[in-house]
Ligand binder design. Sequence first.
Ligand SMILES: Cc1cc2nc3c(=O)[nH]c(=O)nc-3n(C[C@H](O)[C@H](O)[C@H](O)COP(=O)(O)OP(=O)(O)OC[C@H]3O[C@@H](n4cnc5c(N)ncnc54)[C@H](O)[C@@H]3O)c2cc1C
Length: 267
Amino acid sequence: MSSTAEAPAFSLTRQPLEVRRRRVRVARIERITPAYRRVEFAGDDLAGFDSPGADDHVRIFFPPPGEPLPPAPDDGLPAGLASREYTPVEWDGAGRLTVDFVLHGEGVATDWAASAGVGDEVFLGGPRGSLVMTGSPAWWLLAGDLSALPAIRRHLRAVPPGTPVDVVLLSDDPADEQEASSPGDLGLAWVHPAAGAPVGDVTPLLEALAGLPRRDGDGFAFVAAEQTLVAPARELLAARGIDLQRAVVKGYWKRGEAEYHAPRPTA
Ligand SMILES: Cc1cc2nc3c(=O)[nH]c(=O)nc-3n(C[C@H](O)[C@H](O)[C@H](O)COP(=O)(O)OP(=O)(O)OC[C@H]3O[C@@H](n4cnc5c(N)ncnc54)[C@H](O)[C@@H]3O)c2cc1C
């Protein structure tokens, strides 16, 4: 929040949700860019699916490589399935759900997404809970890498017409730049690591954040990428007068570590 004594323009509230196991099949796959796949899941189990928070995640449980998805016991999931966290991008509550996968190299999820075909099945769980915004920030600052782009797209949809929204997106390869749109007054910049930098290097993202224009009023920030971003991003946001209790700053993955779990839901 800005340093004035005005009432906050918005608040974030955690809302628990009933967790259900859903068995779904791939209905459509779209290659968005070389490292970005859009997968549309379908299935009767998706009836009633909802995801009220922009950075909600579902846990996707994948079959063992080359094997079909096993049946599930009545009270849970088959033992031993690997799972990872993904953002619901779009859904209709009546049997369709879209998820975007970064193809980043090697990993259970990226391997599955790279080779998935129509009819392949996975289990979904969640979202367990949502961070729901009420009110209307004076401005928005959204920043992240390709893994955070689905959540950023969801935030962008929620920005009211005319409200300033500054967005910084990071991709290792310029070929993965994509369009993004918002009813808000959108300023979008793509940044890329220097040649020879480690995969997912957050340095250009932090530099771009530091160079953004300062805005007055009670703004909201969402920042997510490789986890080394978290501490310096928090410092940068605090220096801009952003209330870290109402910002979301998350590590979505960790270089060199499989199945990294974001340790905290909010900054
Ligand atoms: C709340 C939340 C929402 C998320 N939403 C999405 C989403 O919608 N789409 C999406 O693509 N990802 C999303 N992620 C990130 C995703 O969960 C991780 O990238 C996950 O590790 C991928 O699993 P994997 O099996 O492919 O790789 P893992 O087996 O977990 O890791 C294998 C190797 O790949 C590296 N690695 C993992 N992810 C990346 C990456 N993105 N770029 C480069 N290297 C990587 C690891 O450091 C490790 O060395 C989200 C994460 C969180 C916490």
